[in-house]
Design a protein around this ligand. Structure first.
Ligand code: NAD
Length: 472
């Protein structure tokens, strides 16, 4: 729920869809069809603990749009999970996939638990039972609905889901495509773990490369020297911070649920991440200043603010105090619609969730393609290409009499690894989508990048629906 508890995340997403629809000439009934969730499944299941005690847990899976199948979206483990949140996240997936041109409908799932309160063995039981409930109702499958990691889940849970699905479908040759974000040993793909953070980095790099946009913000182009504050040092936050640091940006603040660190000299991301793994919070970290109420960090002076934890972090209560010039919504829904209005008036550039965190679903798509084709990317051509480049260099040396150094040869000859190809596909997707979205913003004279993103996505989804027609 947002600040005044009047709007759910689903309401917020639909508000943005309505704002975008004003810029398009679409049938009202079609917009209504697009806005609604097609299938909603809420269920309860029991968990038997090792000491014999039992408890009942609530799970969800929502399929927002079937204009493209399978539907795709993560599984979240959090105490905050509720049906309106999952509907909102599923809807967001639909628009996200359309914006970055990944051929999926949107979906999302979750279990209402705090995973920190459960042992690994309990989490495995919960994940397997949750999966079996989805199987019973056709809410999972490589051609139907393909989950992935989200807040509170990771490759380990995806491995359990794969194994459970395969146990129920021993004769399905595509079974491994039932979920993405799997461990490499189960035909996951290199680069998936870091994909969302890598995508946030590419998105920010593109945003700060546009001279006229940076001039409006009073910033120079480029990431080098830009100050950054990150909320949530989990999968997305950590990788985003790491790539930004590598590009020469300075991470000066990190907010976690139990306190944050501020250091204007810059925080070493590897060191603080290791510290986070080994300790419960940053209280005794030996560098920078410990900030007990970490949400305060959202209002500290910085060039780029990256909320990478949960939704509704920047609301009408704190938006007026935000000093960042750019907000990159690495999390889903961190800025409420009321906060966005305040921030836009303050001329803040909000790079919206539906674009900036699309790196995860992009690489998930590559993983799913790999599972369906049952071959690693580059496996067939790598050696062939290597030989072609070797022949070319040999010919050039022979014809010109000029010799290349071993280093130069290695650089040219080296064929692309699967990870190189994944990164290149991710970069292409993020670069293209940013400039498409920004061009629409300028062409239609729209203030918000989010509205521009929704305009582009909505138009593409509407075209798919119109081309499909109405059954019967
Ligand atoms: P994660 O569980 O790996 O990390 C979340 C981090 O946020 C944790 O370190 C947690 O302790 C911290 N956190 C929780 N509450 C906080 C608070 N109030 N203040 C500060 N920190 C807090 O989750 P993730 O996969 O990194 O997902 C984070 C966000 O990114 C979610 O909104 C998710 O929907 C979105 N997202 C994730 C992916 C993905 O590929 N994992 C893809 C797209 C979007």
């Amino acid at each position: 729920m947002s600040e005044n508890n009047d709007y759910s995340l689903f309401d917020e997403v639909n508000y943005f869809v309505e704002s975008a629809a004003k810029h398009l000439d679409l049938d009202k009934a079609l917009i209504e069809q697009i806005k609604q969730c097609n299938s909603i499944y809420e269920f309860n299941f029991p968990l038997r603990n090792d000491d014999g005690s039992k408890e009942v847990l609530t799970g969800f899976r929502v399929q927002h749009s079937h204009h493209k199948v399978p539907v795709k979206g993560g599984i979240r483990y959090s105490e905050e999970v509720n049906v309106e949140e999952i509907k909102g996240l599923a809807a967001l997936m639909t628009y996200k996939c359309a914006l970055v041109e990944i051929p999926y409908g949107g979906g999302k799932g979750g279990v209402r638990i705090n995973p920190r309160n459960y042992t690994v063995s309990q989490l495995e039981k919960i994940t397997r039972r949750y999966t079996s409930e989805l199987i019973k109702k056709n809410f999972i499958g490589p051609a139907l609905d393909v989950p992935a990691p989200d807040y509170g889940t990771g490759a380990r849970e995806m491995g359990w889901i794969t194994d459970t699905y395969m146990a129920f479908h021993p004769d399905s040759i595509n079974a491994k495509g039932c979920v993405t974000g799997k461990p490499l040993s189960l035909h996951g793909i290199p680069g998936r773990n870091e994909a969302t953070g890598r995508g946030v980095f590419f998105g920010l790099r593109e945003a700060v490369s546009v001279e006229e946009d940076m001039e409006t913000l009073g910033l120079k182009t480029g990431l080098k020297g830009k100050t950054v504050i990150v909320q949530g040092l989990g999968n997305v936050g950590y990788h985003t911070a790491m790539y930004l640091e590598q590009a020469g940006a300075k991470v000066i603040g990190i907010a976690e649920y139990n306190g944050g660190i501020y250091d204007e000299k810059g925080i070493d991301i590897q060191k603080i991440n290791k510290y986070k793994m080994d300790n419960d919070g940053f209280k005794d970290y030996n560098k920078g200043k410990f900030i007990e109420n970490s949400t305060e960090l959202l209002t500290y002076e910085c060039d780029i603010l990256v909320p990478a934890a949960l939704e509704n972090q920047i609301t009408s209560n704190n938006a007026k105090d935000v000093k960042a010039k750019i907000i990159a919504e690495a999390a889903n829904g961190p800025v409420t619609q009321e906060a966005e209005e305040i921030l836009l008036k303050k001329n803040v550039l909000i790079i919206p969730d539906l674009y900036i965190n699309a790196g995860g679903v992009t690489v998930s798509y590559f993983e799913w393609l790999k599972n369906l084709s049952r071959v690693s990317f580059g496996k067939l051509q790598k050696r062939y290409e290597k030989q072609k480049f070797q022949d070319l260099l040999d010919m050039m040396e022979e014809n010109t009499g000029q010799k290349f150094s071993e280093k130069q040869k290695e650089l040219i000859i080296k064929g692309a690894s699967e990870k190189d190809l994944v990164e290149s596909g991710l970069e292409e997707t993020m670069v293209k989508a940013y400039h498409n979205m920004n061009e629409i913003r300028k062409k239609k004279n729209i203030k918000s990048l989010r509205t521009a993103g929704f305009v582009l996505a909505l138009e593409r989804i509407a075209i798919s629906y119109m081309d499909l027609g109405i059954f019967p």
